[in-house]
Design a protein around this ligand. Sequence first.
Ligand SMILES: CC(C)=CCC/C(C)=C(\C)COP(=O)(O)OP(=O)(O)O
Ligand SMILES: [Mg+2]
Length: 417
Amino acid sequence: MPAPEPTLPQSSLPEAAAHFGAYVLADAAARARDITAATGGPPGTPALPAPSAEVPAPSAGLDRVLRGPTGLGTAGLRLTLPEEPQAPAAAQGTPIPGLYHHPVPEPDPVRVEEVSRRIKSWALDEVSLYPDDWEEEFDGFSVGRYMVGCHPDAPTIDHLMLATRLMVAENAVDDCYCEDHGGSPIGLGERLLLAHTALDPLHTTREYQPEWAKSLHSDAPRRAYRSAMEYFAQTASASQTDRFRHDMARLHMGYLAEAAWAQQDHVPEVWEYLAMRQFNNFRPCPTITDTVGGYELPADLHAQPAMQKVIALAGNATTIVNDLYSYTKELDAPGRHLNLPVVIAEREGLSDRDAYLKSVEVHNDLMHDFETEAAALAADCPVPSVQRFLRGVAAWVDGNHHWHQTNTYRYSLPDFW
Ligand SMILES: CC(C)=CCC/C(C)=C(\C)COP(=O)(O)OP(=O)(O)O
Ligand SMILES: [Mg+2]
């Protein structure tokens, strides 16, 4: 007589979500209950004003999924700051005409001030990040404003500091190893690999371990990576920490492709550039939104292809935002700096202006695809941690745009309109 079929756990979630698998959903639902209990209620979403007038508005349903409900009695369902700023200062800087984006309020100045104070103390006293003459540039980067704006649901300043240290460390590696502050494509693979061991430790014999441990203190990028990762791993779960390591390996692979093209003075095809930029990408920043928010998106749900697609589209949209806002800065830099408008102009024989405007369209398509895919996933998988993670990624996308638009110390628009 054949053995009885094992009984699979049945999902308590709607039939529409069945393709995520009963095991995955049952586990996620259980963890979501724990998380909801631990964080004191259902996740909220950011209350955001209507999108800018020049570009098509998203549907009301989509906005509700990504930014939460509006109207009487819904305030508690939104992802808002614990203490909302009373009178947000007017945003500086001009948004790129025609760029599809969601304006957000100025980040809470009280939080910004405290994060800015703490990050400077970490940079100077804990990791000796930069010499005196880089101070103005460090301040001009406004990393406190950046991270407070991108993580409106962070429960505490300590949570915000996790993201802020990593952001500073990531930029130290980019600046010192790849770009303006002594960076070069020559030997980049070696530097990145050795720095990566500050995130993903070497396990070797007693004889060689101490030399490796010492190396993590030997330059500013490694000191910053090591320390920022140590703080992060103290708060994040093992799987959140491993997710971050994986995203950083992706980032380093993207830096290497960019460096190879720089070394050969080669301009890739547009699709090849977009592939590189999917790796040399902000992705490691929005994907820690749950750690910074004090909850966890379970690994199995993070790994679902639909979630991976949403994350990739969000990362790509945020990174093309950088290509557009940093266009004039990169034109002024020595040598040829690849960004989407430069690659489209070269490969498709367009004028600088037409290539830039086409890049705005590419960005807008990515944003619309991100929002459509995120809304579909939110509908298919009504697990609280999934919903909150999707809103966290959307908040990061909006905060990232706001920072680029308003960082007039760093960025200025070309004269194309
Ligand atoms: C914070 C982080 C993960 C950065 C990774 C890659 C990166 C530095 C960007 C996506 C920004 O691009 P870019 O190097 O062009 O920066 P700037 O234009 O110099 O601001
Ligand atoms: Mg750039």
